[in-house]
Design a protein around this ligand. Structure first.
Ligand code: NAD
Length: 439
């Protein structure tokens, strides 16, 4: 039974534009997958918006609707795709090159993918060093480039007739930068765009263009983008939802499953060594130390936040944590990750856990992109703005308010996500107290 007023949510009428800076492996696997699902030749495995249910009320009530029936989400048939890339390949060609999906499946969705030509990218070799492509914008200033992106978006809207739009960064990982002076206020940021401040990355120019047009922005890569005072303030002032960063897929996903479990039992940990081989274009970009540093930061932060060594110094105070990514072309998108975890139990006796995850990076990432598109659109229609912490579930380094630590435990993240949906619909939040069943 509903206990309070539901949040007012505008209906999901009309088409939803999905704008993707970066049309590589993840983007094309996502788009091809949506087209396959629409044609009934694939299942949206891994997507909460398509497959998950949400329990409502008491366990005795038996109310567990599908999430997509519980909150008004855009339907897959209403999605229209657009994107930018430094290469001129259509989405079909890019998907063929990425070689994630079988050619036979790709042929069946060839028509919509072949029609999808990437718009010219805003690109800067200083930020992504290992790849070079011809399909880029030339302009005098970074502000001019932001205006050109806004023009692209206007034309996309006219061409497709979409009623709303969201943007998800699926571009390469940019090199590691800390926020600088130019990122402190929107005024400084706009001045920096006008005078080509070198600290402003291409991804930030896309984010600025999106926010300026009131388009929700999710960051799938680990680089610094909306997580700066200037763009955070802009999102709040303009009532636009944002979230990020770095899709939580392979090895880090495993980490956030296992670490909370070990900690729940108060088992100690002295070391966690993670290494990967990866052969796709993402692997090539991450072979550059600057880009890897962005990734390393988000991958390393996870364990510290989950294990809370300051609260449990005898269990986690001396943890040695190392993460390596090796570019190994023969594997393509089929990444292999190895983890060695040194743990200790009662009286300090040591034990080891080994994980060997043969995963497919883009197969894991594609459903996350879909959920983020649909949930970010929902958030905007529900009047939510700024950081969407309830979407932390999808990220390695969730954006968070400055006065709280990020929540990395995937089960808490899931509870938070579902409680947010319950809250939107005026349903009781679920605390799992459950004493009433035993009265
Ligand atoms: N696949 C996963 O599981 C996963 C998980 C977490 C994060 N990510 C991140 O998602 C991003 C995409 O991954 P991917 O496997 O699709 O990589 P990819 O290399 O196949 O695709 C990225 C594309 O972005 C393009 N690009 C680079 N800079 C651009 C710019 N400024 N504007 C427009 N396009 C630009 C590249 O040309 C490339 O085609 C990467 O940053 C990756 O680190 C992926």
């Amino acid at each position: 039974m509903a206990i309070k007023e539901p949040v007012r949510i505008a209906p999901a009428d009309g088409k939803l534009g999905v704008l993707l800076p970066g049309m590589g492996a993840v983007s094309t696997t996502f788009i091809a997958g949506v087209e396959a699902v629409k044609r009934g030749i694939g299942e949206p495995i891994g997507s909460l918006t398509q497959l998950a249910t949400v329990r409502l009320g008491k366990r005795t009530e038996g109310r567990t609707p599908m999430i997509k029936d519980f909150v008004p989400l855009a339907s897959l048939n209403d999605l229209e795709f657009g994107g930018w890339d430094i290469y001129e390949d259509t989405a079909y060609e890019a998907a063929r090159n990425a070689a994630v999906l079988d050619p036979a499946l790709l042929e069946k969705v060839r028509e919509p993918l072949a029609k999808l030509h990437p718009m010219e990218a805003v690109f800067d070799q200083e930020y992504v060093r290992r790849i070079h492509g011809p399909n880029t914008k030339e302009a005098r200033t970074k502000m001019d480039k932001a205006e050109m992106l806004m023009d692209d978006i206007r034309q996309f809207r006219e061409r497709t007739g979409v009623a709303r739009t969201v943007m998800v960064w699926c571009g390469s990982t940019e090199v590691f930068h800390q926020p600088s002076e130019v990122h402190q206020t929107l005024k400084a940021f706009e001045a920096g765009l006008a005078n080509n401040d070198p600290e402003i990355a291409p991804s930030q120019i896309y984010a600025y263009a999106a926010l300026k047009m009131n388009i929700p922005y999710a960051n799938g890569a680990p680089n610094l983008t909306t997580d700066t005072p200037a763009l955070l303030a802009m999102a709040r002032e303009r009532n636009v939802p944002i979230c990020g960063k770095d899709f939580k897929t392979g090895q880090t996903f495993m980490k956030t499953l296992i670490a909370p479990g070990l900690k729940a039992r108060m088992l100690g940990m002295s070391g966690w060594f993670s290494t990967n081989i990866l052969g796709n274009r993402d692997g090539e970009v991450l072979d550059d130390p600057g880009s890897f540093k962005s990734k390393e930061e988000t991958k390393l932060s996870v364990l510290d936040e989950i294990l809370q060594p300051k609260l449990y110094p005898q269990l986690y105070g001396n943890l040695f944590h190392s993460v390596k990514i090796n570019y190994y072309p023969p594997r393509g998108d089929a990444k292999e990750g190895w983890d060695n975890i040194d743990i200790f139990g009662w009286l300090g006796y040591p034990m080891q856990i080994k994980i060997n995850f043969l995963c497919r990076d883009s197969i894991l990432a594609a459903p996350l992109v879909l959920d983020l598109v649909l949930f970010m659109d929902l958030a905007q229609r529900a009047g939510m703005r700024g950081i969407q912490e309830w979407l932390s579930f999808y990220f390695k380094a969730p954006l968070h308010a400055p006065n709280v630590y990020p929540e990395h435990d995937i089960f808490i993240q899931l509870m938070k996500l579902k409680n947010t949906l319950r809250w939107m619909r005026g349903e009781d939040l679920i605390t799992h107290l459950g004493l009433e069943y035993y009265d």
